[in-house]
Design a protein around this ligand. Sequence first.
Ligand SMILES: [Zn+2]
Length: 151
Amino acid sequence: MSAHDEGFKIALEEAKQGASEGGIPIGACLVDKAGNVLGRGHNMRIQKSSATLHGEISALENAGRLPASAYKGATMYTTLSPCDMCTGACILYKVARVVMGENNTFVGGEEHLKRNGIEVVNLQNAECAALMKKFIDEHPDKWYEDIGEPS
Ligand SMILES: [Zn+2]
């Protein structure tokens, strides 16, 4: 598992796409057991004035309705440690693994994922962290809104 992994590269591309749209730069990509990309997406809270479209939820949403078997053995790649909502979605659909870009910016439900038998990998990727640092420096209020904290 490395930053050269295709699923991670796509998640990072999605994060950059989000940044270019003025959104929160978090991307995600759901890849099935055979290596097929099921869905990809990025945080759309600002772009769509959405309460729920975090990167991981966008990727799940873009994958569309799938049978439970499609998630078996799947990996959710995300550029940032997944929040409680996205952690819950990964547990609900029983993905096998969550690969995150970094957790220096924010630590989400990693322990909860592990308790549910989901493998958690942290790539400690500097590019993901830099995207978040730039965004939070410029828009701290929008970041705190995203994680449900008063600014
Ligand atoms: Zn989330």
